[in-house]
Design a protein around this ligand. Structure first.
Ligand code: DAH
Length: 355
């Protein structure tokens, strides 16, 4: 190979460069760059031909010009080829390093929602004393949510301010008898109207109330309802079942207290408090200094409700209770703002990873 282009004619130089370009090889990106500089950069061999071309006599310009252009295209094509080869070599080197017998990257597992955890725990505790799970619709009728449960026609819970009514026709605001259930007690009436005692069910589900959303209230939340109907079911049975639940859920030291209350569907009715497990019953900000926190409503099923649902109240008695899942979750996990339960912020949800 003749190295000195100066004494070669342009045509000879083109032919020589063509030969060189055809066999160019590069084993690395650095080598390729060195070749690019040598042949293609401004001072490189091919652009330099264009410089010499300026001095070529007019009559030779057409043929020589075409040859130089052809050479440049050939060189560009060769460089592209080399670039591609290097790329696939790098891919191959990467692939060679991989262990193809390895299992794929583990998929990051999600976490259970705290409300699901608490709901499952409640169900688990009561299933150990014979309760099974019953389900009912969230879009309900007045009959199952209110009438069968002994709510008087003018009871304030039926009020538009508490209950979301489902409009039958668009724009018709008049209260319809289709609504979003305000409590899971509606599942009680579904069960009682469709089966005879013994009945021992738990009804978990979402309920809706027309409340302004804040840290302490939401327009939807979750409840678990319990219902037990059989011969000779007494208030003492209710108390024992609830005491068992409280100890299982909050620890063996937990005490319960039943305060008289009122619900249209139970007689007598009570609200149950548990001893505050933050201060151990001594009194703190959480229990407002009382040593007790309320967790559920309960009572003996009102004979009117049994009769309305087709169960003979002279033969059967029963108890019922209903609790808010968010409330229990707050007590267990100390979540201060109810809205966190429905915002699906993964930073909040991740905290339950190990639960
Ligand atoms: N349904 C009631 C509420 O939403 C809770 C409740 C109270 C349910 C007493 C019951 C019960 O079964 O016996 O506030």
């Amino acid at each position: 190979m003749r190295a000195n282009f100066e004494i070669m004619s342009i045509a000879e130089q083109i032919a020589e460069l063509q030969k060189q370009v055809e066999v160019l090889k590069a084993a690395s990106a650095e080598e390729l760059e060195a070749l690019r500089l040598k042949y293609m950069s401004k001072k490189g061999a091919i652009p330099q031909l264009f410089e010499q071309f300026k001095a070529v006599p007019k009559e030779e310009k057409a043929t020589l010009g075409a040859s130089i252009n052809h050479l440049r295209q050939q060189a560009e094509a060769r460089f592209n080829e080399l670039r591609e080869q290097l790329g696939s070599m790098a891919n191959q080197a990467y692939a060679d390093k991989q262990d193809l017998t390895r299992t794929p990257d583990p998929i990051e597992l999600g976490t259970r929602h705290p409300l699901s955890l608490v709901r499952e725990e409640i169900i688990d505790i009561f299933s150990r004393i014979g309760f099974t799970v019953a389900d009912g619709p969230e879009v309900e009728d007045d009959k199952h949510v209110f009438s069968l449960l002994n709510f008087a026609p003018e009871h304030p819970a039926r009020d538009m301010q508490d209950t979301f009514f489902v409009e039958k026709e668009e724009g018709v605001q008049k209260p319809s008898d289709i609504l979003l259930r305000t409590h899971t007690s509606s599942v009680q009436t579904r069960v009682m109207t469709s089966q005879q005692p013994p009945i021992r069910v738990l009804c978990p589900g979402r309920v809706y109330r027309n409340e302004a959303i804040s840290a302490r209230a939401h327009c939807f939340f979750h409840q678990v309802e319990g219902l037990y109907i059989d011969k000779n079911v007494s208030f003492a049975d209710l108390r024992e079942a609830l005491l068992y639940f409280a100890k299982e859920m909050f620890g063996a030291e937990t005490k319960i207290r039943l305060r008289p209350s009122y619900f249209p569907f139970t007689e007598p009715s009570a609200e149950m408090d548990i001893s505050c497990d933050i201060c151990g019953g001594k009194g703190c900000a959480f229990c407002k200094g009382t040593g007790w926190v309320e967790i559920l409503g309960c009572g003996m099923v009102d004979p009117n409700v049994l009769e309305a649902c087709g169960i003979d109240s002279k033969v059967y008695t029963g108890y019922a209770f209903g609790m808010g899942v968010e409330r229990i979750a707050n007590l267990k996990y100390r979540v201060k703002d109810l809205r966190l339960f429905s915002e699906n912020d993964v930073r909040f949800l991740r905290q339950f990873e190990s639960c």
